[in-house]
Ligand binder design. Structure first.
Ligand code: KIV
Ligand code: ZN
Length: 522
């Protein structure tokens, strides 16, 4: 048996669960799978792939990831109920190393107002959940939701009980991001001292960022004895987010002499993974974001540049290469071949199969005819467009738009689409502006009204010929759907984004209708 390194920190990534459930960060199944592969390549130890009982889509995404992603443990989240745990067990069953992560709230506030249960009932449910999960997998994690606001002596009692029931990891979430570093360090040290069986399990922290302390609190938890950190790429997550994986990992690496701990993360994949997540969700990190923001390694001030030229260490505590930021972003042009493209995509963290590479190469060539210089951001958009598409849906064949200003203006749009059954449809409409006219024409063409919650366009690389990425958001049946489209023509990207969201909504409506029919026995 190999000895376990006491200073090895287990990195548990929950971008696909806590991150994905935050407004604006939803991902489709293909995006989730792509991110899961990237997380495994990054060297994450545990990937929390989702919450299988939340919806059939969530179940399918977790099951798909469990089947195809190798190298990391695959966890699913489950409330402390039979239904959730059984669904979770089925979803993760084909994983190389499956984990069931079950949780129940433990704080007085949650016991009273959320669960309407007393301490003994919560403890009984927690133990029963762990015992049930153990029938399916050996690797069971138990979380005491809102642990930070729970009576410490009760936490000691409940953790001792779930460890006796077989939990291998016990997690102490700061669910509402309320704690401070000193408090966290002291709590972990106390739990390590007082919990019965503490020496047989891994203590884990899960810090939210409501007061901007998630990373600091996670580091304090490690100082107090935790050896698993739950975190997300770019710090995405509920409300203000979770502890940012890249920040935690780079603190441990940059300040090795202070913490004396290590992770299994290949830090050179941090930046590509961050970019991948940004392109999947369409949500960019702020410019000054630590480690992965655009300014993180930029030294603009003259005095800094002067120092840097003399000795890099004057103002640089990490090198951009350490996190996978390569020197030049200018990558390819019209004459670049398939091999150069594939090589660049690999270095950006994409592992595409041959058919996908062919498709990306074809759209790369088409783009290179319109645009002289192609940047990483352009390639990301092409990869996403090619790998995120859905062939059995409405596709844009052509559009024509006439803009107009002045009193008698009548902006007009006409569109031609291919339909899911292989036919074609053409429609035209006037609107308050060219985009409004375009969306009205598309609505007529598919015969359904889509009410948008938001619409925005951003430039994704440089110059006036840069590609524009449009993002539209629509809500249906309480669930948020996001559509994206990219083109050098911003009206075309708007149409593509609108169709993307419309196709998703139509699919969701069809699924809901089929479920109703099934229940009705039609
Ligand atoms: O924040 C939280 O408490 C959680 C648990 C489900 C682990 O996300
Ligand atoms: Zn959380």
């Amino acid at each position: 048996m190999t000895a376990i390194d006491p200073n090895r920190v287990i990195v548990f990534d929950t971008s696909l669960r806590d991150g994905e459930q935050a407004p604006g960060f939803s991902m489709n199944t293909r995006g989730k799978r792509r991110l899961a592969h990237a997380l495994a390549e990054l060297g994450v130890d545990v990937i929390e792939a989702g919450f299988p009982s939340a919806s059939p889509d969530d179940f399918a995404a977790v099951a798909g990831i469990a089947r195809e992603v190798r190298g990391a443990s695959i966890a699913g989240l489950a409330r402390a109920t039979r239904g959730d745990i059984e669904a979770c067990a089925r979803a993760v069953e084909h994983a190389e190393r499956p984990r069931i992560h079950t949780f129940i709230s433990t704080s007085p506030l949650h016991r009273l107002h959320k669960l309407n249960m007393d301490k003994a009932q919560v403890l009984e449910s927690a133990v029963a959940a762990v015992e049930l999960a153990k029938r399916y997998v050996d690797d069971v994690e138990f979380s005491a939701e809102d642990a930070i606001r729970t009576e410490p002596e009760y936490l000691v009692e409940i953790f001792s009980a779930v460890i006796a029931a077989g939990a291998r990891t016990v997690n102490v979430p700061d669910t509402v991001g309320y704690s401070t570093p000193t408090e966290v360090r002291e709590l972990f040290a106390r739990l390590k001292r007082e919990v019965v069986g503490a020496d047989r399990v891994i203590f884990s922290c899960h810090c939210h960022n409501d007061l901007g302390l998630a990373v600091a609190n996670s580091l304090a938890a490690l100082e107090g004895g935790a050896r698993q950190v739950e975190c997300t790429v770019n710090g995405i997550g509920e409300r203000a987010g979770n502890a940012a994986l890249e920040e935690l990992v780079m603190v441990l690496r940059t300040r090795q002499e202070r913490y004396g701990m290590s992770t299994g993360i290949n830090t050179q994949k941090l930046y590509p993974t961050s970019r991948l997540l940004q392109s999947i969700t369409g949500q960019e990190v702020q410019r000054n974001k630590a480690i992965v923001g655009e300014n993180a390694f930029a030294h603009e001030a003259g005095i800094h540049q002067h120092g840097m030229l003399k000795h890099r260490a004057t103002y640089e505590i990490m090198h951009p290469e350490d996190v996978g930021i390569t020197k030049s972003e200018l990558v390819l042009g019209k004459h670049s071949g398939r091999h150069a493209l594939k090589d660049r995509l690999t270095r950006m963290g994409y592992s595409l199969d041959e058919a996908e590479t062919d498709k990306v190469f074809a759209s790369f060539k088409a783009l290179a005819d319109k645009k002289k210089e192609i940047y990483d951001a352009d390639l990301e958009a092409l990869v996403l467009a090619v790998t995120g598409g859905n062939s059995s849906s409405y596709q844009l064949l052509s559009l024509s738009i006439q803009s107009a200003t002045g009193e008698s203006r009548m902006p007009t749009a006409s569109v031609r689409l291919s339909t899911p059954d292989g036919g074609e449809v053409c429609e035209a409409a006037v609107g308050d502006g060219p985009v409004d006219a375009l969306f009205r024409a598309l609505s007529r063409a598919i015969g359904a009204e889509i009410i948008l919650r938001s619409f925005h366009i951003r430039s994704i690389s440089y110059g006036s010929d840069a590609m524009g990425q449009a993002t539209v958001e629509a809500v249906w049946d309480g669930k948020e759907h996001i559509g994206r489209g990219t083109s050098t023509d911003i009206l075309e990207s708007s149409a593509l984004a609108w169709l993307d969201v419309a196709n998703r909504l139509l699919k969701a409506r069809a699924r809901a209708a089929a479920a109703v029919e099934e229940v009705a026995g039609v």
